[in-house]
Design a protein around this ligand. Structure first.
Ligand code: NDP
Ligand code: MG
Length: 382
């Protein structure tokens, strides 16, 4: 049976690769609705390739422009538009590949409509994981990970008894600066930071990989998704990005998922789950060609942002909301060349130090803390 899909963030790195998968399997998947931010040229391309019934853009003026060009399609905009796309009545699966905590409300609303959620938008789980997981349980829907590490963990514990897990081992490529000392990080440029050795991704997550905050967000994401304590989540540096993560069980067995670094694999798995589909022209992993795989201990002093994320996760409550919002705001400032690379984590640490944690926050509190944190970061650099 064809799965009908809503896609948030269609013009992004994950969004475009999701469209590739939908195109590869026209019998299996059908694009019902999608959202974009401000990239109208790419939106037009997608509109010519697919026949969705609803499209959302960030700005109202852009929705009017596109409405004139594509009169048969319905256009909407803004945060309400994201929710409308996510909850479209024809949709059974929501792929949330929007960037940042703006994806939270639409995830929650789609869960209430019992849509299956294929989640790339990790910020949603970092900022309000307990609300998302509680809603998924209440409305009996699945949250299927798109993030490669979490897809690997999910696949490695498939059919297993979760109470028999000893620990999760997340692999990290190390990002653009894995061979630089902390001293050498002082004057790195945006261009250097955006040059990831293994993966081609959006700008924000590429910077997050360079600071190692991406792995920190992923540790929190893993804790939320699989309900494993932080003490039992380990990160290991693995330069080749071939093993995408591992699960160790109490009998000492380790299950891992391997593959070439290609996000279309976990995207497709989230869409086809519980089945697997062929990938005709994809590059297959040849271990003989690779020969060796390398693993190194993660140095928490060198990768300070990873430590901050563990601290925030262990502190709990609104602290992970603060971590995420501060990181989003600080990375944006770095990309605008207003702060240096190391100032990203300095700002996050300062704001975490000042924060008074609210435990078990409701949605309103989370949205408030998120907005206040962003404002505070802006004020710190003024
Ligand atoms: P991109 O920056 O490439 O794409 C982001 C998408 O979100 C674009 O479609 C953009 O629209 C849209 N968008 C951005 N801000 C807003 C906003 N305020 N309102 C509405 N739409 C908005 O990001 P990625 O694809 O790299 O990442 C998306 C998510 O997936 C992130 O949460 C990331 O952490 C996660 N992820 C990404 C991976 C990757 O390989 N890229 C791997 C694992 C997880 P537009 O461009 O039209 O303005
Ligand atoms: Mg990842």
């Amino acid at each position: 049976m064809t799965k009908h899909i809503s896609l948030l963030g269609a013009t992004g790195s994950i969004g475009i690769q999701t469209l590739d998968i939908i195109k590869e399997h026209p019998e299996e998947f059908n694009l019902v609705a999608f959202s974009v931010g401000r990239n109208l040229d790419k939106a037009r391309e997608i509109l010519r390739d697919f026949k969705p019934s609803l499209v959302s853009v960030q700005e109202e003026s852009d929705s009017r422009v596109l409405q004139q060009e594509f009169p048969k399609i319905q256009f909407t905009y803004g945060s309400r538009g994201l929710v409308e796309v996510a909850t479209h009545s024809d949709t059974s699966v929501l792929v949330n590949a929007v960037l940042g905590s703006v994806g939270l409300e639409s995830t929650l609303e789609a869960i209430k409509q019992q849509k299956t959620i294929a989640l790339a938008n990790k910020e949603t789980l970092v900022t309000a994981g307990h609300l998302v997981m509680a809603a998924a349980e209440k409305y009996q829907t699945s949250i299927l990970p798109v993030d490669s590490e979490h897809s690997a963990l999910f696949q490695s514990m498939n059919g297993e008894n979760r109470s028999e897990i000893n620990k999760l081992i997340l692999t990290a490529s190390g990002g653009s600066f894995r061979d630089k000392t902390r001293e050498e990080l002082a004057d790195v440029t945006i261009k250097d930071a955006l040059n990831h050795p293994n993966w081609s991704m959006g700008a924000k997550i590429t910077i997050d990989s360079a600071t190692m905050m991406n792995k920190g967000l992923e540790v929190i994401e893993a804790h939320v998704l699989f309900d494993i304590p932080y003490d039992d989540i380990e990160v290991v540096l693995h330069r080749e990005s071939i093993i995408h993560s591992m699960v160790e069980f109490q009998d000492t067995s380790i299950m891992a998922q391997l593959g070439t670094p290609d996000m279309r694999v976990p995207i497709q798995y989230a869409l086809s789950y519980p089945n697997r589909l062929p990938r005709k022209n994809a590059k297959r992993l040849n271990l003989v060609e690779i020969g060796k795989l390398h693993f190194e201990e993660m140095n928490m002093k060198r990768f300070h942002a990873l430590k901050l994320a563990y601290d925030a996760g262990r502190a709990g409550g609104t602290m992970t909301t603060v971590l995420n919002a501060a990181n989003e705001a600080a990375v944006a400032l770095f990309l605008e060349e207003r702060i240096s690379f190391l100032e990203i984590e300095e700002l996050i640490e300062r704001i975490m130090d000042e924060h008074q944690i609210v435990s078990k926050p409701d949605l309103e509190t989370i949205l408030h803390v998120d907005a206040e944190t962003r404002k505070a970061i802006q004020n710190m650099v003024k």
